[in-house]
Ligand binder design. Structure first.
Ligand code: NAD
Ligand code: UGA
Length: 471
């Protein structure tokens, strides 16, 4: 079966870039990305490519080439579903914040709504592809909803989890280590798998395309994120021990990472991992383990999150204790708010939680991030405080402790301390001599990413504190 028309439900960080690359590489396939969010779709259609809703290096060029040729962004969900032979579901699956499984389970209401909408609209057989990250056995739920339409339409459900990382999405898609496709072992299941293999085969070699049963594919996604996050929590746990013993965490990471069995990647100690997925996917894994009555397994994976929370708290506490046990009324400049460099995404960013601790202690937080707006930063903090049950009035008053700048120079002027929260390359290029002159003394730098040259900064006169460093 040759796919001619693809529709993707969800034009977010995954739907937008993945479909852009599929459209780029498969010019004979019409790809329509739809979303309920009108402003997001308008931004995808914006003539000014700097205004795309997702910032990713290389994305604008891909969109420029494919958009209007065989790549379309639209809010007309029903007609896109009707026309498609293959439908990707790439909607959000956040942690549930209500009812059964609150704070742990994935909220599948958006995915279920997609299935119901497809079931209602479809008039001919379709392949449904789970692109969102889902708990193992979700395909069963989708199939049940789809099979109960009574209109004779046949659906094959595939699992095709996405492994791209933000900030490198285009490169990850173009040069994927692997794509994973799970499907049923039946004849029609295998045909559906082959149809999706043929899409990816436009630019990936057969050995990069793994096929499995549906459940292995679904579970592999949660597992991959849990393993990646586990490495970060492991090295971050050791960073605390390094600080207590004068071992250097980067030296330890290099020493262990050269063992080919361990490998060098994902061993960068930090202020704590953020991003929309690691925490939510691990919480979901923990929930599933408890659901299947495996408490020891659940507790094992949960420790990754506990350690990550500890790391963010530890960083904030270090700032407070270094600044003579209070930051009340002091100006702390945050360099970076995004959860990692080269993205405008701030979901679950460590910066949010560090800011919260410091604001609690009375600090003024002055933020500069090259890609994140004031509106976003304030919305992130408001959302956190709303979840904590703060009144609107209390939130308004706390927001007065946050100041956001378009220039690092302004943000740093007359600060008591600088905290590096995101590893943006530009922070390394600043004139730290003149920054020092304009700061209160002693001038502190807390490098939550270990990206600055501590020796050079110490020579200028800064009091420098890194993660997992003796200084
Ligand atoms: P996102 O929030 O950026 O985008 C999801 C979009 O889906 C939103 O724009 C929303 O309006 C839209 N949507 C919701 N319900 C809809 C419906 N019924 N019809 C049409 N559109 C609808 O989320 P994201 O970061 O793109 O993540 C999507 C999924 O991919 C999640 O399951 C996530 O875990 C997974 N994932 C994300 C990443 C990542 O780097 N962000 C990587 C791999 C996997
Ligand atoms: C992660 C995975 O890397 C992707 O494979 C996966 O598809 C995606 O989650 C997802 O499912 O959403 P992402 O969160 O975009 O991608 O970015 P990462 O590069 O994994 O970084 C996550 C967080 O860990 C960031 O805050 C980053 O700064 C931090 N990190 C990463 C470290 O602190 N140390 C490291 O060594 C690596």
């Amino acid at each position: 079966m040759k796919i001619k028309n693809i529709c993707c439900l969800g034009a977010g960080y995954v739907g937008g870039p993945t479909m852009s690359v599929i459209a780029l590489k498969c010019p004979e396939i019409k790809v329509t990305v739809v979303d309920l969010n009108e402003s997001r779709i308008a931004a995808w259609n914006n003539g000014d490519l700097d205004k795309l809703p997702v910032y990713e290096p290389g994305l604008a060029e891909v969109v420029e080439e494919a958009r209007g040729r065989n790549l379309f962004f639209s809010t007309e969900v029903d007609s896109a579903i009707e026309a498609a032979d293959m439908i990707f579901i790439a909607v959000n699956t956040p942690t549930k914040n209500y009812g059964e499984g609150k704070g742990m389970a994935a909220d599948l209401k958006f995915v279920e709504l997609c299935a119901r909408q497809i079931a209602r609209i479809a008039k001919n057989d379709k392949i449904i592809v789970e692109k969102s990250t889902l708990p193992v056995r979700t395909a069963e739920t989708l199939q049940t909803i789809l099979d109960h339409t009574g209109n004779g339409v046949k659906f094959e459900v595939l699992s095709n989890p996405e492994f791209l990382a933000e900030g490198t999405a285009i490169n990850d898609l173009l040069h994927a280590d692997r794509v994973l496709i799970g499907g049923k072992q039946t004849e029609s299941g295998q045909k559906a798998i082959q149809a999706l293999v043929d899409v990816y085969a436009h630019w990936l070699s057969p050995k990069q395309i793994l096929t499995t049963n549906v459940w292995s594919s679904e579970l592999s996604k949660l597992t991959a994120n849990a393993f990646l996050a586990q490495r970060i929590s492991s090295i971050n746990a050791l960073s605390a021990l390094c600080e207590a013993t004068e071992a250097d965490v980067d030296e330890v990471a290099t020493a262990i990472g050269t063992d080919s069995r361990i490998g060098p990647k994902f061993l960068k100690a930090s202020v704590g991992f953020g991003g929309s997925c690691f925490q939510k996917d691990i919480l979901n894994l923990v929930y599933l383990c408890r659901y299947f009555n495996l408490p020891e397994v659940a507790n094992y994976w949960e420790q990754i999150i506990i350690l990550n929370d500890y790391q963010k708290y530890r960083f904030a506490k270090k700032i407070i204790s270094s600044l003579f046990n209070t930051v009340s009324g002091k100006k702390i400049t945050f360099l970076g708010w995004a959860f990692k460099k080269d993205t405008n995404d701030t979901r679950e960013s460590a910066a949010i939680y560090v800011a919260e601790h410091l604001i609690e202690d009375g600090a003024e937080i002055h933020v500069y991030d090259p890609k994140v707006s004031e509106e976003k930063i304030k919305a992130d903090m408001s959302y956190l405080w709303e979840l904590k049950g703060f009144t609107e009035q209390k939130i308004e008053s706390k927001l007065k402790q946050i100041f956001v700048y378009n220039s690092a120079e302004d943000a740093l002027h007359q600060a008591h301390a600088v905290a590096v929260l995101t590893e943006w390359d530009e922070f390394k290029t600043y004139n730290w001599n003149s920054i020092f002159i304009n700061m209160y003394k002693p001038a502190f730098i807390f490098d939550g990413r270990n990206i600055l040259d501590a020796e050079e900064l110490t020579a200028i006169g800064f009091q420098v504190k890194g993660i997992g460093k003796g200084y």
